[in-house]
Design a protein around this ligand. Structure first.
Ligand code: TNX
Length: 480
């Protein structure tokens, strides 16, 4: 059972004896730690896996023996997200410096439970100590090409946070639609959210719904990064407000999948009023430090205009107290202090690095979850090549990109573009199991082998079935 953990922890030491969890086993939480929600969450996870009904109680020290204990402490080596989990004949103890660490320890613990309802379960004694390799462990979901509602996004958050991912970047705007309500520019969604790729619906998050996503993500220790793509990928905004166009006339809404044909009007002042309003409203909805400004594929924006624009939009983000993230092309412009570049294709990430930017890695031929697995994949695209389960796992992030050192890299993000995806089951099919391997690359110590991962993944298939994940049963893996 022990070799079945994904992501693989930093250290797992088996010892002798076991501890049995029954209905009588209490979950004890520190009275002062604000850990009630985590205690209840753990009880729920145990119940889902075993059918057992364990209560989370505040407990004094002498009640802790024989219980599952959640405790905050101070252990420098564990940092902000690490945890220590020990199972002994006396009970189970999960400790961390911060609630996030406890949350990740609970994810590991879930993988020690059976995948089927079993009643009381006996767990072999073990001591696990675990900290992440990278602090940025993310996924991106394109809700612009096809819209996905609040419940779909919550499910994706649940599924990826189980693998200790801590960031979900939402690609909220593109040529085909704008998916978040902006109260000062209501037509952005009244008009700009009416449709999507191939028509048929569209949709958007009202601000209350968007907050619900942010809060839900927070309860899973995950940040939501909102992306407002600029200055290209803006047809839906240009279709909503004629004044945003250099010509003063709106184009039609767009339901195709071409890129690079739209641009905001760089010389009009209203462009910056618009962005200032959008970013102000988004900043209020975003409790975490980052706002993504896109910047990719601005093929209809002249180079000098692009540079002027990228500088100005970074200033706007900073003026609202946030840090800007842009796709790697922003390296061609002046990068202001603090701005982060997200590598995907091309070499512009190096220009960003030279200007001091930290880099998020999303190499398309490894991390793009919308690339087909093989020629038989019914969904997805193939412009960056076919990306098998092995391809997506078997690379070393610290040295994969030319001239990047590990210290330049904040971590990894796995984007899922939705031109061909209509439902949450489509999302699951493209993401799983590749995203599990990417989560391991972001969390586990450097130097894991594909052969070892492949074996753990094979055993993990049953667990994905138990979570009702519609995963691709790749022939790279000998599924149990
Ligand atoms: C490139 S990645 C894009 C997206 C597409 C994606 C499809 C990036 C920054 N831009 O607009 O959806 O390819 O794979």
């Amino acid at each position: 059972m022990m070799h079945n953990l994904i992501p693989l922890p930093t250290s797992v030491i088996a010892s002798t004896g076991e501890f049995t969890i029954s209905n009588a086993t209490k979950i004890s939480i520190e009275p002062s730690g604000h850990l009630e929600a985590l205690g209840t969450y753990l009880a729920r996870q145990i119940q889902d896996a075993t059918g057992l009904n364990n209560r989370a109680n505040s407990a004094s020290v002498n009640q802790k023996v024989g219980s599952i204990q959640l405790a905050l402490g101070s252990d420098e080596g564990l940092g902000e997200e690490g945890y220590e989990l020990s199972i002994s004949t006396d009970g189970i103890k999960l400790g961390a410096n911060r609630p996030a660490g406890l949350f990740y320890g609970i994810q590991t613990f879930r993988q020690l439970l059976p995948t089927h309802r079993a009643g009381s379960v006996s767990l072999p004694a073990v001591s696990i100590r675990d900290t992440p390799r990278f602090r940025w462990r993310g996924a991106m979901l394109d809700v612009a090409r096809h819209f996905f509602g609040v419940e779909d996004v919550k499910r994706y958050i649940d599924l990826i946070s189980h693998y200790k991912m801590n960031t979900l970047h939402l690609h909220l705007t593109d040529d085909q639609g704008r998916r978040v309500e902006i109260k000062s520019w209501p037509k952005l969604t009244e008009i700009g959210a009416r449709t999507q790729v191939n028509g048929g619906g569209g949709g958007y998050y009202a601000q209350e719904q968007y907050k619900e996503i942010v809060d839900y993500a927070r309860s899973r220790y995950m940040m939501i990064i909102p992306e407002i793509d600029t200055p290209g990928h803006t047809n839906a905004a240009l279709a909503s407000y004629a004044d945003l166009n250099c010509s003063g006339e709106s184009p039609s809404l767009y339901e195709g999948t071409q890129v690079g044909f739209s641009s905001l009007c760089i010389d009009k002042e209203i462009t910056y009023q618009f962005l200032d309003d959008v970013i102000r409203e988004l900043a209020v909805l975003t409790p975490t430090p980052y706002i993504h400004i896109g910047g990719d594929e601005a093929r209809s924006t002249p180079e000098e205009d692009y540079k002027k624009f990228i500088k100005r939009i970074q200033e706007i983000v900073i003026s609202h107290g946030k840090i800007a993230i842009g796709w790697s092309e922003i390296g061609e412009a002046e990068i202001l202090p603090g701005t982060i570049a997200q590598q995907w294709v091309g070499a512009s990430y190096l220009e960003a690095k030279r200007q001091g930017a930290k880099i998020i890695l999303s190499p398309a031929n490894k991390t793009y979850l919308d690339m087909k697995y093989d020629n038989a994949s019914p969904l997805g695209l193939d412009w960056a090549g076919l990306v098998s389960v092995k391809d997506s796992y078997d690379w070393e992030p610290g040295s994969y990109m030319n001239e990047l050192e590990e210290s330049d890299i904040l971590g990894l993000e796995a984007p899922l573009w939705s031109e061909t995806l209509l439902t949450i089951k489509d999302i699951e099919y493209m993401a799983f199991p590749r995203i599990i391997g990417l989560a391991e690359l972001a969390w586990s110590p450097k130097g894991q082998s594909w052969d070892n991962f492949k074996h753990r993944l094979a055993l993990h298939g049953k667990r994905m079935e138990a979570m009702d994940i519609n995963f691709f049963r790749s022939s790279d893996v000998a599924w149990e």
